[in-house]
Design a protein around this ligand. Structure first.
Ligand SMILES: Nc1ncnc2c1ncn2[C@@H]1O[C@H](COP(=O)(O)OP(=O)(O)OP(=O)(O)O)[C@@H](O)[C@H]1O
Length: 407
């Protein structure tokens, strides 16, 4: 896992590729111009992906989670070569595939394939399953050994479909079967990596497990690596070996699945996890700073239910104008509770005169106080958990252990 550096640094990263990694993303930026007015002049940019660094290890699954609009799909589209990054690098098996020629991008599309969210809209209804699954051969001008028909039959068998149904059309299949068709198509060119963008969220819960099991079996059989994008943290926990949490175009926490789920350090990750139902929330207690300050016994924190206890207010800020400093500070539930955030308030006296006789600015009661570091400095993604692979971008991650971590 790599540490983040300032977004769009623009320098070519000469670090040697990581041997374990099949995919390395370094400082990836994808900004979209916002066009407005009669002349459609670009007035601003949507910072959809704003300096993402992450690593997908060979044969493993990296879950990518975050609220809607955090940039997950944009990142996925850049990784499969559908979008060109604004800056940054993507390495597949140690080879930089960013900014390649058209032919190079075609090679990238062979190595990195996508499984789409909605099997109802991602398959062309006018094409037979045989045509859909065999289309990548036609696009790439490949004649598989034994012929396309046989190759399509093998692919259908691989995903648990009857090759005799190859001449049927998508509407003749159930949702789960259509997603199997989408997976068969993604596997046609024997890719190294599958980018799965919400691959089960459009399916019935009963079918989701079957598709997840299929993906796991295929991973074992073919040695595939997955970037698995999903809203559902329960599904991600089930399938992912490692997890990355995205907020407003950046990775705010990443690490091995157990470290992130049982020892989350970032207040955003904790908030996401707190929304995941658990069988007995009362047993999940977390050490929480007491917002009113130390008690008369000098206690500065107490155990409170960590799961179900954090409510994130409002929607994420616009990626056109993200907050300064830590992108999460405007919604962070932790920041206002920190002593650093109350500095001004506690220095203020009731009559607005400080101890040295100088006027003191008494904060407006509705003012949201946060530590100045959160407002001014982008926190680096550094190891703050129990293992070096568990990294968090929060100035105050040290304050909190995770909900349910019991630490
Ligand atoms: N082609 C585009 N042009 C302009 N803005 C875009 C474009 N694609 C995405 N965005 C914006 O980039 C931001 C990130 O969008 P993205 O779809 O990547 O997020 P997401 O985390 O995948 O959300 P969801 O889970 O809802 O798909 C959003 O504000 C979105 O409106």
């Amino acid at each position: 896992m790599t540490e983040s550096r300032p977004a769009g640094a623009g320098l070519v990263d000469e670090r040697p590729a990581n041997d374990r990694a099949v995919l390395e993303v370094r400082d990836l930026v994808k900004h979209y111009p916002v066009r407005a007015g009669l002349l459609r002049r670009s007035t601003a940019t949507v910072k959809a992906v704003d300096g993402v660094s992450l690593t997908l290890d060979r044969g493993r699954t990296l879950g990518l989670v975050g609220e809607s609009g955090s940039g997950k799909s944009t990142l996925a589209r850049v990784l499969v070569g559908v979008e060109t990054p604004t800056s940054g690098q993507v390495l597949v098996d140690g080879e930089d595939v960013t900014g390649r020629s058209r032919a190079g991008r075609k090679q990238l599309r062979r190595d990195v394939q996508m499984v789409f969210q909605d099997p109802y809209t991602s398959l062309n209804p006018r094409m037979s399953v045989s045509e859909i699954v065999g289309e990548p051969f036609a696009i790439h001008g490949i004649d598989p050994a034994g012929g396309r028909r046989a190759a399509v039959g093998e692919l259908l068998e691989l995903v648990g479909l009857d090759p005799d149904h190859a001449n049927r059309y998508p509407h003749q299949f159930s949702g789960g079967q259509r997603q199997r068709v989408g997976i068969a198509r993604a596997l046609a060119l024997r890719p190294k990596i599958l980018v799965c963008d919400e691959p089960v969220s459009a399916l019935d819960v009963s079918v989701q497990g079957q598709v997840i099991n299929l993906l796991e079996d295929l991973q074992d059989e073919l040695g595939l690596s997955y970037l698995f994008v999903a809203h559902d943290l329960g599904v991600v926990r089930h399938i992912a070996h490692d997890v990355a949490v995205m907020y407003l175009g950046r990775i705010v926490e990443q690490g091995p699945e157990a470290d992130v789920y049982d020892g989350a350090r970032h207040p955003y990750t904790q908030a996401l996890l707190s929304a995941v139902p658990v069988p007995d929330p009362s047993v999940r207690l977390v050490e929480t700073p007491i917002s009113e300050g130390p008690t008369s016994q000098g206690q500065t924190s107490e155990k409170r239910p960590g799961i179900g206890g954090i409510v994130l207010e409002g929607d994420p800020p616009s990626p056109v104008d993200p907050p300064s400093g830590c992108p999460f500070h405007t919604r962070c539930w932790l920041a206002p509770t920190l002593p650093e955030a109350r500095g001004d308030a506690t220095a203020s006296s009731a009559d607005g005169v400080g101890a040295d006789g100088a006027d003191v600015v008494v904060p407006h009661p509705g003012l949201r106080l946060v530590p100045s570091a959160c407002e001014t400095e982008v926190p680096a993604l550094v190891a703050r958990g129990s293992t070096p692979d568990h990294v968090t971008a929060c100035h105050f991650a040290r304050v909190l252990a995770a909900p349910g971590a019991g630490a």
